[in-house]
Design a protein around this ligand. Structure first.
Ligand SMILES: C[S@@+](CC[C@H](N)C(=O)[O-])C[C@H]1O[C@@H](n2cnc3c(N)ncnc32)[C@H](O)[C@@H]1O
Length: 196
């Protein structure tokens, strides 16, 4: 397997091998953000790439919205698309080294980009970054791929077993508003930090 460090991802951006990039904010995340009234909540989007969901949230009035990615190229592109985005909300850092406490963390093709051996660490780290009652929300692939990842696939039963150790699984359901190319192959999850 390729060594999935920051250089690997930056190289993917530089060589335009960015098949994951849908070019706009992901509809399930948009719909979720749209029903939140409290625009002051602390939100993190890790492995956000060009940060379309960050830009969408910011333009919708969320004023504590943090973008995190360890690829300098991804964040440079985000900055060139949204030059006025406050630096204090931009984290150029490895997710596993990040510290903070959030009300909400959004997931969009970050989990599937990680070595599957890190899934337990991902779940644990996400729980540690959430305030009590905070939520990890987003989409995860509910399919396997017939090539070596990334993306790495997975199945909803596996996610339930993993996340139940750290979260209350409020929602785990087929995602009805995925982009057409991913419809039927994603689950939408709302995971509440009720264990820490
Ligand atoms: C498949 S891309 C998804 C980007 C974005 N979420 C999207 O949907 O367009 C995965 C992103 O996660 C970032 N990434 C991978 N591992 C990371 C880590 N350990 N810490 C921070 N960012 C990471 C990569 O740099 C890349 O931008």
């Amino acid at each position: 397997m390729a060594f999935l460090d920051k250089n690997y991802w930056t190289e993917r951006y530089v060589t335009s091998k960015t098949g994951w990039d849908i070019g706009f904010a992901s509809p399930p995340l948009v719909q979720y953000l749209d029903q939140i009234e409290n625009k002051d909540m602390q939100i993190l989007i890790p492995g956000a790439g060009l940060g379309y969901e960050v830009a969408y949230g910011w333009q919708s009035g969320f004023n504590n919205l943090h973008i995190l990615d360890f690829s300098s190229e991804a964040l440079a592109r985000f900055k060139s698309l949204f030059p006025s985005y406050p630096d204090k909300f931009i984290h150029h850092q490895d997710f596993f080294e990040h510290t903070g406490k959030y009300d909400l963390i959004l997931e969009q093709t970050f989990f599937c980009a990680l070595d599957p051996d890190l899934r337990e660490d991902y779940a644990k780290k996400m729980a540690s970054l959430l305030k009590p009652g905070g939520k990890l929300v987003g989409v995860w692939f509910d399919r396997e791929f017939d090539f070596e990842g990334p993306p790495f696939g997975g199945k909803s039963e596996e996610y339930r077993m993993l996340f139940e150790k750290y979260f209350k699984v409020k929602t785990l359901a087929p995602c009805y508003n995925s982009i057409p190319e991913r419809l039927g192959s994603e689950v939408f999850m709302i995971l509440e930090n009720s264990k820490i």
